[in-house]
Design a protein. Structure first.
Length: 105
């Protein structure tokens, strides 16, 4: 493969975010390296384990990506959240000696 293409592929990979890079690595590995992660590591300089993960088709989603943009449960279900909060406050320990009628029940 021509050196300009290799640099172009490396550059494209570096501009991707989220789960896109591993899918791209897998696609390029299948196309130009006969599906061999070791060859992709040698040719493109990619992590062999990242290429292997991409080839499996497993999509890794971090907690930050999974939660971004979503409305938190407490806002979405404000009435239920308020009820749960009030119940917890009604049964929480206020006495610094940790003596309470709630604990005795």
């Amino acid at each position: 493969m021509h050196i300009d293409y290799i640099e172009y592929i490396r550059s494209a990979d570096s501009k991707m975010h989220g789960t896109e890079p591993r899918s791209f690595m897998a696609e390029m590995t299948l196309k130009y390296c006969q599906g061999n992660p070791g060859s992709a590591e040698a040719v493109f300089g990619w992590s062999r384990s990242a290429v292997e993960t991409g080839l499996t088709g497993i999509i890794c989603i971090g907690a930050q990506a999974a939660k971004s943009g979503g409305i938190v449960w407490e806002k979405r279900e404000s009435e239920a959240a308020g009820t749960l909060r009030q119940t917890a406050e009604d049964h929480s320990q206020q006495d610094p000696t940790f003596r309470s009628t709630v604990a005795a029940n």
